[in-house]
Design a protein around this ligand. Structure first.
Ligand code: CTP
Length: 401
């Protein structure tokens, strides 16, 4: 089972390094790595538990392999080394044995270890059995209380591994979810984004709604109630799965589908990147505007204003459309128009300048901008395509004889 890992050159580098340091016997492969090897998942992260000053150790190892060192956790003494796509974590062995260390971890599937020979599985909580039964089971409730982010991690593993959450554990998650109010917001966002990154995240999100997890994470003003729109998330995911197009900031996008106009307020509470905050605000605006499109010019104006997020804006609009699939044609038509007509017309711009308008006798004023805007929209819509037609339009519309 561990053969592939043993062929990994960096794993071997660590092993040799620990041998040189006389730490080989007292070091272990632990946690997510053991779980992922047993699930035959790709290993991007190798976790070691070592009975020494792991910060110094990680620093030294980073230097040795020309990787970069990150001080991951000052309290629990975890030093990280990053080299080519791979992450190697050195955590100080907690307690005075590997069994004591594992007893402080979150879930049984994450509470297994092996010697560096990889020939002896240490599995005091029967994680292997839970792996086989695809079950997320807590090591104990106290561990959830000690680090409430573990509540959210349970739902994350439900999403990414497609495992079920064992009933007693689920009860404990519900009981302790409120403790997450004090958990670092960046950590919460990380876990939420991992959940939403899964193609059918709605299955996990449904469970989180039932267990009132979002209410535990977010504060809202008394008169505002969090009402996640699971149907919108589900239809957005269906649309995305049936399309080859990719959406940037995918997790953030799905978060917006789920929370609608409340998104802008909620995302602020988990420290979004500036571009994420902008993106959700633009999406909400696009969602409101799309509902009002009636004429060709409305359509053109909409595309122009939301061109950089057009595809997500259309999926967002569709997922929230009360007529759902029966109005899909409407959104498809906007995209079709954009690709076949709008982009071609855009190449013709600008067909007229401010000076041309002033030479018709207009004073320099905001009106000139308005006229230019109107002409641009007409060009994009394909109604006019050269300067003469533009001047004609201006005379007709803006010059009162
Ligand atoms: N761990 C824990 N509680 C946490 C975070 C981590 O008990 N809040 C333990 C688990 O044993 C976990 C290991 O530390 O398996 C490594 O943590 P991390 O790399 O953050 O998560 P993984 O479980 O490895 O999952 P992934 O790598 O997929 O994020």
């Amino acid at each position: 089972m561990f053969e592939k890992l043993r062929e990994n050159p960096y794993f071997n580098e660590v092993v040799n390094f620990l041998k040189q340091k006389n730490l080989y016997e007292s070091s272990y492969l632990v946690g997510g790595t053991v779980r992922d090897v047993m699930l035959e998942r790709e290993i991007k992260d190798i976790d070691f538990a070592v009975a020494t000053d792991t910060i110094e150790l990680a620093r030294e190892f980073a230097k040795k392999i020309n990787g970069s060192f990150v001080l991951l956790d000052e309290v629990f003494l975890i030093g990280r080394v990053v080299k080519d796509e791979l992450t190697i974590d050195f955590a100080q062995l907690r307690g005075n044995s590997i069994e004591a260390d594992l007893a402080e971890r979150d879930f049984t599937i994450n509470a297994m270890a092996t010697s560096l020979e990889c020939d002896r599985l240490i599995d005091p909580f029967r994680g292997q059995e839970d792996l086989k039964n695809r079950l997320i089971r807590m090591v104990n409730e106290e561990n959830l209380k000690a680090d409430p982010l573990r509540v959210l991690r349970a739902y994350r593993f439900h999403a990414t591994l497609s495992f079920e959450i064992e009933e007693k554990t689920r009860q404990a998650l519900k009981n302790n979810a409120h403790l997450m109010k004090i958990t670092a917001r960046e950590r919460i966002k990380d876990e939420l984004w991992k959940i939403f990154s899964v193609p059918e995240s709605f299955k996990t999100v449904q469970l989180m709604i039932e267990d009132e997890i979002f209410k535990a994470i977010f504060k809202t003003r008394d008169f505002l109630e969090i009402k996640p729109d699971i149907e919108a998330l589900k239809s957005a995911e269906e649309l995305l799965m049936n399309s080859k197009r990719e959406v940037k900031n995918l997790s953030c996008f799905k978060f917006a589908c789920l929370f609608d106009f409340l998104t802008s307020e909620l995302i602020k509470q988990i420290k979004p990147a500036r571009k994420e905050q902008r993106f959700v605000e633009d999406l909400i605006q696009a969602g409101a505007r799309i509902r009002k499109i009636e004429t060709l010019l409305d359509k053109v104006q909409f595309i122009r204003d939301f061109e950089t997020i057009l595809y997500p804006a259309l999926v967002y609009g569709m997922s929230k459309d009360p007529l759902k699939k029966s109005r899909k044609w409407f959104y498809d038509q906007i995209e079709e128009f954009y690709k076949k007509i709008y982009l071609k017309n855009k190449k013709k711009l600008p067909i007229i300048k401010g000076e041309d308008i002033i030479s018709l006798g207009f004073e320099p004023s905001p009106l000139v901008g308005e006229i230019l805007d109107r002409i641009e929209i007409l060009v994009l819509a394909g109604k006019i395509s050269n300067k003469d037609q533009a001047l004609e339009e201006i005379k007709k519309r803006f010059i009162v004889k």
